[in-house]
Design a binder for this molecule. Structure first.
Ligand SMILES: [Zn+2]
Length: 245
């Protein structure tokens, strides 16, 4: 293979890997923000569960207050019953007492309901808190993984930059200029494989004579459509692999 072509292929590999690594680095802040969102919604769920429990407690206290009032009214009625003078008054007072008694019953039932509900709401707070605790641990772990991923990627980018510089320096001036010009104009991709008689990136069909020439890998041949330098890989798909071939 032509030495310049071989190095240009390797250079393109490094460029592609660096683009991928940079994309992954750039995506990390959003991934961290997504973890923060998860944490916040877990905290919010706990707050809401506590608020529901609190509201229920207040509602129960209101019922208890009402019950105390009815009970004191009831004992007043019972005292008054001793003091009534007529049958009519007696019947009326008994009616008042019966009404108050059924009110007490109703309020006691309501308090029982509230107690059962409080058990459920307390369980809700407990399970939301447990879920939050689990999520916190998981999120901390994932955040740590993302930070170490970022460190690895940044290390890769740095060493890939150095490797690119030295590889670039080993390419002849015209070939390097050609690479840089095409890369500038074509989204960073200057060298691509020719496959099954086509340019693998713009898909244009190559003239058979040209394709035969490319198969030899002994010249810098550009796609007539996208202008990228074409090469043949007997194993297929060399650019894009991470290991230099
Ligand atoms: Zn092309």
């Amino acid at each position: 293979m032509l030495a310049d072509l071989d190095r240009m292929i390797q250079l393109q590999q490094l460029v592609n890997a660096a683009v991928e690594a940079q994309r992954a680095v750039d995506a990390i802040p959003d991934r961290i923000a997504a973890l923060d969102d998860r944490l916040n919604s877990g905290r919010e769920a706990v707050e809401q569960a506590k608020q529901r429990l609190d509201d229920a407690k207040q509602a129960r206290q209101a019922v208890e207050k009402e019950l105390a009032e009815v009970q004191s009214r009831l004992s007043r009625f019972r005292e008054q019953l001793m003091a009534v003078k007529t049958n009519k008054e007696y019947t009326a007072m008994q009616h008042e007492i019966a009404t108050a008694e059924s009110e007490v019953q109703r309020l006691e039932d309501a308090i029982l309901e509230h107690m059962l509900q409080a058990d459920e709401l307390t369980a809700g707070v407990d399970s939301a808190s447990a879920a939050l605790k689990g999520a916190e641990a998981e999120i901390a772990r994932e955040r740590g993984e993302l930070e170490s991923e970022r460190g690895t990627l940044e290390g890769q980018l740095k060493s890939s930059g150095e490797a690119r510089a030295s590889l670039s320096a080993s390419i002849s001036d015209p070939a390097r200029r050609l690479f840089e010009t095409i890369a500038d104009q074509r989204g960073g991709i200057a060298v691509v494989e020719a496959k099954d008689g086509h340019c693998s990136i713009c898909n244009v069909r190559l003239r058979p004579q040209m394709f035969n020439q490319i198969l030899k890998n002994d010249d810098l041949i550009q796609c007539e459509s996208c202008m990228r330098v074409l090469y043949h890989d007997p194993d297929g798909g060399r650019v894009g692999e991470t290991a230099a071939g």
